[in-house]
Design a protein around this ligand. Structure first.
Ligand code: OXD
Ligand code: MN
Length: 590
């Protein structure tokens, strides 16, 4: 007797628009075979077995890391490549000074040359995916075509892959087309092109997460930010976390920090013993889609279904939840190995590396054992602090937005914007030291407005205007804050312990939202006085706390002057409201 499964329309026939596109890509790439992904566990098992057989994956010690495997990338393919990432709008002005730009015709021609015949010996995988809870009106859909089974395995963890997504694409008719090939992994033949006006992405020559898992940065941030502007919402580089206070009330906050600045750690924070009664629930660790709700509040969903997190530094003290979460069913990329085949990374206090991330005997003179941007890919459902609201199709209401950067000096531990408009300036002023998440020098301060410098799919000037427009629609806007967990003293030691202790700062914000906490005004915004923070059991000296909560007018005058120079490159497109806010801050500092 035929079962219901046998009666289902084959995936390849569900959407003629997708099928036509797949056929044209096959013709271009000359792929040997086509595989339509259904996102099932059986598919993950089959692909994993294939990659293990071919030596592309290494199994990890099954006693301590059941279901975990290691992938090693090409040594020159370990991070995002911002210098090879383009926004291809018809007008260069629309991409803005914040993006590399290429004319769409020129970019398509260049990419066609690269893709022509590139899959001759390869299988073409079709990945229909949903970004966001499958039944949410706030979710959006895409199809990635790739020749990398490693990308398929990652996409199955990071997004909702399969029939349900393709059915929605077939009925809605709308999807983002993402074409990807690892090519020859040649850095000289590598481009990540975005065509926001066409809702399409073309990526060639890299297998690294941010360049190759097209649902993530390329779709959920660059294309989605553009789409969000036309539709009246925001696509942001933000974690979303629920904080339950000892009274049992849960409030959600969304925090934008640049790559590798602790979003995953904050999203999974474990309250210190000295703050009893608090609980933390993770909704997302990297991307938030924020929509003005009918109630005048801002509502957020996490478009992703998994975490693609930085491994080094993860240990039971820094992030117990992540440490526990990645002990099973996790795909590691570019970590080192111990003698008994366990993954190893810098910051792990146990075990020692014998094989480095490139598979060579470990030699400390060659640098770290694990690559500083080595990653774990794991389902969000494995997170012990996974929020029961994470799959809520309505999303969660946001009480506070927090911007932050990695700054040795200048930026205090925390300050509060006066209102939404001032908050837009605070977000636009974010600067941070660069990290290993992108190719290039590490530790240099660069401007990274809203932590979106690498991810905004259009001109920042228009983006800030859009932030003002969204704010104007909110009768009950979230309060806006700026934090810096990374202040150092003259001896270069961190002044603030970070990790779980960050909850003290978040608790102050929530108390401010409820009208229950004090603050003192400064030229740049409102700061807690030391007595406004709960410091019970906190191991920070009074001097350090004072330094953390001080605004030095001279360094801020310099900071704001740099900000003005930076903003001026946006010329007449700069929103008048932003210029006005800048003048107010300059006036207060004068
Ligand atoms: C990431 C990044 O991988 O921001 O999330 O680079
Ligand atoms: Mn990120």
């Amino acid at each position: 007797m035929a079962t219901a499964a046998h009666m289902l329309t084959p995936l390849a026939q569900l959407s003629p628009a997708v099928a036509d596109w797949v056929a044209s890509v096959r013709e271009l790439t000359q792929a040997r075979a086509i595989h339509w992904c259904d996102g099932s566990d059986a598919e993950t098992r089959e692909l994993t077995t294939k990659l293990l057989r071919e030596g592309e994956l290494k199994p990890l010690n099954p006693e301590f890391f059941p279901g975990c495997n290691l992938a090693r990338s090409a040594a020159s393919d370990v991070a995002r490549v911002e210098h090879l990432t383009y926004i291809c709008t018809r007008s260069q002005e629309d991409a803005g000074p914040n993006n590399h730009w290429m004319a769409p015709d020129q970019a398509h021609a260049k990419m066609r040359d690269l893709f022509r015949g590139c899959m001759r010996e390869r299988t073409l995988y079709v990945i229909p995916y949903c970004m966001g809870p499958i039944d949410s009106p706030l979710s959006r859909f895409g199809v990635e075509i790739t020749d990398s089974p490693y990308v398929v395995l990652n996409m199955i963890i990071m997004t909702r892959v399969g029939r349900a997504a393709l059915e929605r694409i077939a009925t809605d008719g709308n999807f983002v087309r993402g074409l990807h090939s690892i090519g020859e992994l040649d850095p000289e033949r590598r481009f990540i092109m975005h065509f926001p006006e066409e809702l399409s992405i073309e990526s060639f020559g890299s297998g690294y997460g941010g360049n190759a898992l097209l649902g993530k940065k390329c779709h959920a941030l660059r294309i989605a930010s553009y789409q969000a502007r036309t539709e009246g919402w925001l696509a942001e580089h933000m974690l979303i976390v629920g904080l339950q206070n000892p009274k049992g009330e849960t409030h959600y906050i969304a925090c934008a920090f640049p790559s590798a600045c602790g979003k995953t750690n904050l999203a999974m924070l474990i309250p210190p013993d000295s703050l009893p009664g608090w609980k933390v629930f993770t909704v997302g660790d990297d991307i938030a889609w924020l929509h003005p709700g009918a109630d005048g509040r801002l509502w957020a969903i996490n478009p992703e279904a998994g975490y693609f997190g930085v491994v080094p530094g993860t240990n039971p003290e820094t992030n117990r939840n992540a440490y526990d979460m990645i002990r099973r069913d996790t795909l590691f990329t570019n970590v080192a190995l111990t003698a008994d085949n366990q993954p190893w990374w810098e910051g792990l206090s146990t075990g020692k590396p014998v094989i480095d991330w490139q598979g060579r005997p470990y030699d400390p003179t060659r640098g770290p054992a694990a690559h500083p941007n080595s990653r774990f890919t794991v389902s969000a459902k494995r997170n012990p602090s996974y929020s029961p609201r994470a799959e809520d199709p309505r999303g969660v209401p946001i009480s506070a937005i927090v911007f932050g950067g990695r700054r040795r000096e200048v930026a205090p531990l925390v300050y509060e914007a006066r209102d939404w408009k001032h908050g837009v300036l605070v977000g636009a002023s974010v600067a941070s030291e660069t990290t290993a998440a992108a190719v290039g020098q590490v530790g240099v301060v660069r401007r990274d407005p809203m932590a979106m410098q690498p991810f905004c799919g259009y001109n920042f000037a228009d983006y800030w205007q859009h932030w003002f427009n969204v704010g104007a629609k909110l009768a009950r806007p979230p309060r806006i804050y700026h934090v810096n967990w990374f202040r150092r003293d003259a001896q270069n030691k961190f002044l603030w312990p970070g990790y779980g202790e960050n909850l003290r700062v978040l608790a102050w914000m929530l108390d401010r939202c409820a009208g229950n906490a004090g603050a003192t005004d400064s030229a740049i915004g409102r700061l807690p006085r030391p007595e406004d923070l709960n410091t019970t059991g906190l191991d920070v000296s009074a001097d350090a706390l004072r330094a953390l909560l001080t605004v030095d007018p001279a360094s801020w005058r310099k900071e704001v002057a740099e900000m003005r120079t930076y903003l001026e490159q946006y010329g007449s497109r700069l929103p008048a409201e932003l210029v006005e806010e800048l003048k107010i801050t300059e006036g207060r500092l004068a």
